[in-house]
Ligand binder design. Sequence first.
Ligand SMILES: [Zn+2]
Length: 253
Amino acid sequence: MLIATNALVLKTIPYGDTSVISRLFTEREGKVSILAKGAWRKKSTTGSVLEPMNHIHLQYYHKYSREIQILKDCGFSAKYTHIRNNLHRTLFGFSIVEMLDKSTLDNNPFPILYRLGWRVLEKLNDEKNDVYSIFAFFLYQLSLRLGFMPEINQCRKCKSQLSTCIFDEQLGELVCLACSHQGKLQMDEKNMAFLRQLENLHLDDLETIRADRHSVLHAIQFLEKFTQFHIESLRRMKALPLANKLLLSEGMQ
Ligand SMILES: [Zn+2]
């Protein structure tokens, strides 16, 4: 069966002398691996189209009995040049792609998550937009779409209204100071106010958010801990630890 769809390129590895195998997050079929024969031959542009993080359109031959599908042709929908020209944006772009890869299953369509992925990368590609706010938005939406909504209004233990609170490492949730016994990440009132702005926020309204850098960085730390607590496959990441080093250098304690 010939399938035409759009996709985000998650990962590409060489296969033989001139071919590659790419893992794609397709709009129609979810995560799919495809073999691109001769992608790196001199006259072929396929190799550059199949670079990780690219947004592409493609046609491929799909057989459900086969683990790796065969590419017919492909082309760019977006290259995200401004992401690639900037180290911060590149690391967070790759973190987004990596998290999508780790949190989805093969041949399991997830169009909402696919759309979140390319829409967020599009925002990241606009130099006017704040890298960290976009990443916080992505993390919040990712956990929501995967079915893990963080409770940011009530203490998970005593149900009191949360103001200053702590991420409880055993519970994987925010608890008030009276209920906390362990946890290194403390969120103050301003940090929580930023998190609450992410609820019901549309991506196009991201620029309207008012928050200090410190609050955005704290929200990211919380959302990373939260998603990694609830989704085991997100604990082994390559790009994210590098992105986190940048976060730390931006003023996280
Ligand atoms: Zn409590």
